[in-house]
Every structure is written in structure tokens, then in C-alpha cells.
Design a protein around this ligand. Structure first.
Ligand SMILES: C[S@@+](CC[C@H](N)C(=O)[O-])C[C@H]1O[C@@H](n2cnc3c(N)ncnc32)[C@H](O)[C@@H]1O
Length: 327
């Protein structure tokens, strides 16, 4: 299995082992998902089940795409571990105020406020639908004291105004929606302005020669839920243009009854390289940026989830790393 087949997603059915997703998604414009029913004929021994299924609507028609997304591509506990420990290593104190840009369901913000009673989170997203889902399914599930320390804001990350921040997150490659250096620099400048002295900006990045191929990658998510024992997550790099370095990617989900949630999420991005990102961070005034590269588990033949500062990486077909930029 290539390093691409690793992910930051923790499989809830197997929580002790962090499973890495192949090339996670990022932000961008979500599209209305289409549902494809199973067209394959059932085997003889499965006639009764097939008859039952014939009456029931396809699983895909009943599924919640945000829940499926979280299970497939997020591992908020591991991510917050990394953020919390790295900030402490760099600054010798704990961060308190965190802003999660492109927050989506605000799962990460909720994890931040669960960690310590002093932690405060601000989640920023443009989309009222996903924010409403986050409020109803994530923020509302927090204990009241923690709930009062999460604030979800519907706004463009480029222009949002917030209090001085210890940490800003731009995860799952969401900032790749900025197509030009100027736009990316404007965003990085805005983040830097909002950071308190000593503040730290965390981003993730992926690359490797598979990242610019028009390919699909599937991964089985073993987690019990209304879908059954699990489902298949499909990361679809459907189009890449080497001249602009722009790409279109989709996430599809497939279920035990064969039904599919096609294009549950779609993204149009620019595939940025690490040198470009670090150059633009420097142009935006960040004092230092460091790449945290993932170690390799020889036994499992996959990434080990341990990200350490590195000056030189490895020529993997698909890798994921963090970039940590200090004000
Ligand atoms: C794939 S989600 C990322 C969710 C989360 N950050 C994660 O790590 O999985 C990307 C989100 O970015 C939001 N978004 C896109 N452009 C934005 C902008 N200019 N300002 C704020 N949010 C934006 C989208 O609405 C979407 O919810």
C-alpha cells in the first residue's frame, strides 16, 4: 500500500488504530449529491434480503453526507494532539484561542474546547448549511460549559474579523481553493494579522506523483451505523491540468446494498507545492515555516502518524504533511 493509502481518519470501529485516508478532501464548492441504486442481481442465497431491499429505499438515499465525510477523512483527536503539542514545543505554553478556518461541521473546534476548560474555538465557514449541521450535531452535543466556548461564524475566511488568536487551522487542503499566488498571499496575510504575538498557523498539504494523476482511490470504512457494518469511501481525482495545476476532485460513497452517493462533495483546487506555500508564507510575513513529515511504519507499510520537523522528505507516490508557520 502506498503512503497515499494512509489517512488522518480514525476508524471509529477500530479506534485504537489510526487509519489514514488516501488523499483527503478539502474545501471548495459542494455539489448536490446524486444517488445511484444497485443494479447488480443478488445471488440465490440472498433472495430474501434482496426482496427486503427491494422494498426499502437505497441506503444512499438515507445517508448523511457530513457524517460520512467526518468518518472518512477526519481524525480530530490526532489532529488536535499534533496542534496542541507542537504549539507547546514551540512556545513553552499552551494555546488557548483557536480559529478553525473552513471549519465545515466544526468537529475540530469541538475537539479543541473539549480538551481544556480554558480553550476557546472560533469556526469560520461560508456555507450556512454545513454550519447548521455542525451546530445541531456537534456543538449541541458538547457539555454546556464547553458549548459556550465555541463560536461558529458564517463568513469568508479572507475578510473575517476575529479576536487575537494563538492558533489558526486551515486543514484538509481547504486553502487550495485560492488559485493565484496573490489570493493565497492575501489570505496568509489576513491570518497573520489576526494571530496574537507568538501565534502559529497550521496547514496541511499533500503531494507526490499520484497527486496529479486522474485516478480514483477506494478505502473501506469499517464503522457500524445506519449504513450497516461499513461503507466505501472513494476519492476521485477526476481532472488535472498541468498548465494551471488546477484539479477537480470528488468524494463518492458506496454502500452494502450497492447504492452510491455520487459526488457527495466536489472541489476545484490548485495543487500547490510545498516550496510555493512556504514562499508565499514568507511573503506574507511569517517569520518561519517548518514542514512536519510523517514517519514510516515498516511493519504496516504505511505512515505511522508521527509528524516531525524535516528539511528533506521522501519521493513517495502520495504523501501528506503539515506546514507550521510562526508569526
Ligand atoms: C471540505 S470542508 C473542510 C472541512 C474541515 N476543515 C476539514 O478539515 O475537514 C471545506 C469548507 O470550506 C468552506 N469554504 C469554502 N470557501 C470558503 C471561504 N472563502 N471562506 C470560508 N469557508 C469557505 C466550505 O463551505 C466547506 O465547508
Amino acid at each position: 500500500m502506498s503512503r497515499a493509502a494512509i489517512s488522518r481518519a480514525t476508524n471509529e470501529a477500530n479506534p485504537e488504530r489510526a487509519v489514514r485516508v488516501s488523499r483527503p478532501p478539502a474545501n471548495g464548492k459542494d455539489v448536490i449529491a446524486t444517488i445511484a441504486p444497485d443494479t447488480a442481481a443478488p445471488g440465490r442465497g440472498k433472495r430474501k434480503a434482496a426482496a427486503r431491499q427491494a422494498k426499502a429505499p437505497p441506503i444512499a438515499a438515507r445517508m448523511d453526507r457530513h457524517r460520512l465525510y467526518e468518518l472518512s477523512v477526519q481524525s480530530v483527536d490526532a489532529e488536535i494532539d499534533f496542534v496542541d503539542e507542537t504549539y507547546f514545543d514551540l512556545r513553552g505554553r499552551r494555546a488557548k484561542v483557536l480559529r478553525e478556518d473552513f471549519c465545515g461541521t466544526a468537529n475540530t473546534s469541538c475537539e479543541w474546547v473539549r480538551r481544556r476548560p480554558s480553550n476557546i474555538a472560533i469556526g469560520v465557514d461560508l456555507d450556512p448549511e454545513v454550519l447548521a449541521w455542525g451546530r445541531g450535531n456537534r456543538v449541541s452535543k458538547l457539555k454546556p460549559a464547553a458549548r459556550s466556548r465555541v463560536n461558529l461564524v458564517q463568513h469568508d475566511v479572507m475578510t473575517v474579523k476575529t479576536e487575537p488568536l494563538d492558533v489558526v487551522l486551515a486543514m484538509n487542503f481547504s486553502y487550495w481553493l485560492f488559485m493565484s499566488r496573490e489570493r493565497l498571499r492575501d489570505y496568509f496575510c489576513s491570518v497573520r494579522e489576526h494571530l496574537a504575538p507568538g501565534g502559529v498557523f497550521f496547514l496541511d498539504c499533500y503531494g507526490g506523483y499520484e497527486s496529479c494523476q486522474e485516478i480514483r482511490d477506494k478505502r473501506e470504512i469499517k464503522a457500524r451505523g445506519p449504513w450497516g457494518k461499513g461503507f466505501t469511501y472513494i476519492w476521485d481525482q477526476s481532472w488535472f491540468d498541468p498548465i494551471s495545476s488546477q484539479m477537480v476532485c470528488h468524494i463518492h460513497f458506496k454502500f452494502e446494498d450497492g447504492s452510491k452517493l455520487n459526488r457527495a462533495f466536489s472541489y476545484r483546487w490548485r495543487l500547490w507545492t510545498l516550496p510555493e506555500i512556504r514562499e508565499v508564507l514568507a511573503e506574507a510575513g511569517f517569520a518561519r515555516s517548518t514542514v512536519y513529515w510523517e514517519g514510516w511504519d515498516e511493519d504496516e507499510n504505511e505512515g505511522d502518524g508521527d509528524f516531525q520537523p524535516a528539511d528533506v522528505g521522501e519521493a513517495d507516490p502520495a504523501w501528506i504533511c503539515y506546514v507550521v508557520a510562526e508569526k
